[in-house]
Design a protein around this ligand. Sequence first.
Ligand SMILES: Nc1ncnc2c1ncn2[C@@H]1O[C@H](COP(=O)(O)OP(=O)(O)O)[C@@H](O)[C@H]1O
Ligand SMILES: [Mg+2]
Length: 196
Amino acid sequence: MSNKKCGYYIQLDDIAEKFLRIGQFLGEGHNGIVYLLPDDKVIKIFKDKKVCESEFNILKKTTKSKHFPQIYYHGSNYIVRSYARGVRLDYYIKENGLDYNAAYSIIELLKEFKKLGFTKLDIRCKDLYLDENFYLNVIDPKNNYSKHCIYPRHLMKGLNKLGVLGDFLDAVNSEYTEVYDDWSFRIKRYLKRGIK
Ligand SMILES: Nc1ncnc2c1ncn2[C@@H]1O[C@H](COP(=O)(O)OP(=O)(O)O)[C@@H](O)[C@H]1O
Ligand SMILES: [Mg+2]
């Protein structure tokens, strides 16, 4: 079967068809479309099966972490997973600035990336949803075990754009002291001279 609800035709199996029929559109990215399902679940339908497989492989390795979506069901081009509650972190910061609770949550998440053995210790603000308990939920993990990034460059670049990099680095200095010198040196050098 194929389905026009995606805006383009994607072959889906009967189970995915059923989910899609009851789903409500949540958002679309480069790689897929996401629909909200009952019981705090979503279905992400991928344009490319390889991208689906690599995202599935990351999610398998992060099942122990509550920051990442749990997987309920999957097919060759879709994954049914838990819904990430909260507001997109960049929208939150635009409204509220970066308060200490939010900064603390980001730092806890980055420590978790290390525990999970990620080689890419980085994420973008738009892939993080901050819930009412200041807990950060990740959507759309990518290349966490294939790309190498030893400090959160994209994240800090985003925070700089939002005008809160100083607040974040102050929190890093208190809560993650052992990386403070390295991260602040690297991000300042990157922002000034473009050296990654
Ligand atoms: N768990 C989720 N909770 C809320 N919104 C989501 C969730 N997953 C995805 N979305 C929405 O769907 C969009 C596309 O999902 P995403 O996983 O980023 O796809 P892509 O890999 O194509 O970038 C997101 O930008 C977001 O708006
Ligand atoms: Mg995305």
